[in-house]
Each structure stands twice: as C-alpha cells, then as structure tokens.
Design a protein around this ligand. Structure first.
Ligand code: UTP
Length: 277
C-alpha cells in the first residue's frame, strides 16, 4: 500500500522574507514545533513510515531536526525538559528519513520529480508542510485520503472551497460530483483569475499520487511563471484515467504567509499547546 510520503521543501518562501532568507520556511515554529514536524506527524499517524524530503540550498536545518543532537540531549537528560524532545525522538525511532536536493527551483512539479529516486515505482503521499492541516475531531487529512485511495486506487488531491477573489493563489478544479465530498476531476487550472476559474474548489497541499505521475511530469513543459506545474501533469492523468478531488474534514492554515501563520499559531496554542498535546 502507501508507505512513503514526499515533502517538497525546496521553495524559496519569498512571502515570508526576511525570516526565510537563511532558514527554511518548513522550520518556522507554530508555537514550539516546526511546520515540517506537524507534517511528518500527520504522515506517521496515517501509517506512513518513510519520509522523503526534497530540500535545496540552505535547508540543512531540516536534516538536523530529525537527527540526534548529542550535546543538547546530554545536557537536558534527566530534567523535565526532556519531554519537549520526546515527540521528535519518537518520529526518529519509528520512521526513516531520506533526502534529495532540487538543484534548480523549477516549481512544485519539478520538485516532485526530483523526489522520484526516493519514491521509486509505487503510489505515495505528498505533503506541503507550509499548509498545516489539523483535524481535532478524527483522522488527519492524509489518513482520510489514504482510506479513499484504498477504495479508488487513483491519484487524489485535497480541496477546499475558497472565496472567488482568492482563486489566483491556487490550482482550481472542476469536476463531476460523485459523493458529497468527492469530485471526479475533469479540468484543472493553475492560479486562474476569478473570471477564468472553473469553480472555487482549490487544491491544497495534500496529494496521493500514483507512480505514473513521474513520466507525466517529465513530459510537462514549464507553465505559469516558467515553473513545471503539478496541476498540468495531474490534468493529463485525469484525461488518461482518473483523478479525484476530496473535500477533507478538518482545518487548513496557509502558513506560507503571515496571516495564516498567525491564525495557526493562535489555534495551536489554544487547542494543543495549552492542553499539553
Ligand atoms: P510555494 O508556491 O509556496 O512557493 O510552493 P515557495 O517558494 O515555497 O513560497 P513563496 O510563494 O515564494 O513564498 C509550494 C510548495 O512547493 C515547494 C515549496 O517548498 C512548498 O512546499 N516547492 C516549490 C519546491 O520544493 N520547489 C520549487 O521549485 C517550488
């Protein structure tokens, strides 16, 4: 089944400059935990054990986060501060972490293709860690999508409704509704103006992809902004076979920008941190 989760984390994070000048945006803390750790926890909770991270220049902190820090750990051993590292340690003990570098930042599609040597020929999940997804009422978003994959065995994108004046920030889908929370995708447009948007259903940073996506990305010409877009490859997959769009249960915060990041911080402080979760 699905064993691996790919984290494209090579982007420049320009919306969060200057914080992201020398630090990966995936290391921005929401309360006391970096975004990448929330993503890895979501993947682990969905039963995935192999974390494949696409990094780039200046992203070494990501690798260090999921490694032992001997001096620090020696220093706090036996103190009540040890508990702050137990979550990270548990992930290190139950998951494997592998890394590859995207040498030129040519877009999300290209970042996913750069991860192919880590994934191989099997279906896999993708998490964009700057989209923080939380479901306090039940399964995480990735777990929900994996349950759907078991039923439908095709690529799945997570979607949410956005205000029409926001469509220019997202890939937007149109499709045939086959269940109240599932659409069969028949069209997909990257960052359309409101007047060109086929709907207000926006793709967010969670995907399940079948391995044929790699050949489709390799055949994709650069699109909007000169980047190789994952939506163009997914569109081909939808035309050749089937791509589903799933309206997930839970909350999603766009932590790639200040507003969503602050909202996420307040939400996590009230609902997780203060409750010791
Ligand atoms: P974004 O569209 O958020 O771009 O990428 P960005 O560069 O990270 O951030 P801004 O817009 O400049 O502030 C979506 C996801 O795709 C990854 C990013 O790391 C992010 O997780 N990505 C994007 C890559 O890994 N490589 C790329 O070339 C582009």
């Amino acid at each position: 089944m699905i064993r691996k989760c790919l984290f494209p984390a090579a982007g420049y994070g320009t919306r969060f400059l200057p914080a992201t000048k020398a630090m990966p945006k995936e290391m921005l803390p929401v309360v006391n935990k970096p975004l990448i750790q929330y993503g890895v926890e979501e993947a682990r909770a969905a039963g995935l054990q192999h974390m494949a991270i696409v990094t780039g220049r200046g992203k070494r902190a990501l690798e260090d986060h999921f490694d032992i820090s001997y001096e620090l750990e020696h220093q706090i051993r036996g103190s009540d501060k040890e508990k702050f590292l137990s979550g990270t340690r548990e992930l290190m003990e139950t998951c494997t972490f592998s890394y590859t570098r995207q040498v030129e930042m040519k877009g999300l599609g290209h970042a996913i293709l750069s991860g192919q040597p880590l994934i191989g020929d099997e279906p896999f999940a993708v998490v964009l860690a700057d989209d923080l997804c939380l479901n306090l009422e039940g399964d995480g978003v990735l777990a929900q999508m994996i349950a759907l994959y078991k039923q439908f065995r095709c690529s799945i994108v997570a979607i949410q409704e956005v205000p029409l004046d926001q469509t220019h920030k997202y890939g937007i889908i149109a499709g045939e509704q086959i269940r109240d929370d599932i659409y069969r995708v028949n069209s997909m447009v990257e960052k359309p103006k409101p007047e060109d948007a086929p709907s207000n259903l926006a793709i967010i940073g969670r995907y399940i992809l079948t391995a044929d996506i790699f050949d489709l990305i390799a055949d994709t010409e650069p699109g909007k902004g000169g980047e190789i877009q994952i939506t163009d490859a997914l569109m081909k997959q939808a035309q050749n076979g089937c791509v589903l769009a799933y309206k997930f249960k839970g909350k999603r915060f766009d932590c790639g920008g200040a507003e969503g990041y602050i909202e996420a911080t307040n939400f996590c402080y009230e609902n997780l941190y203060k409750k010791g979760l």
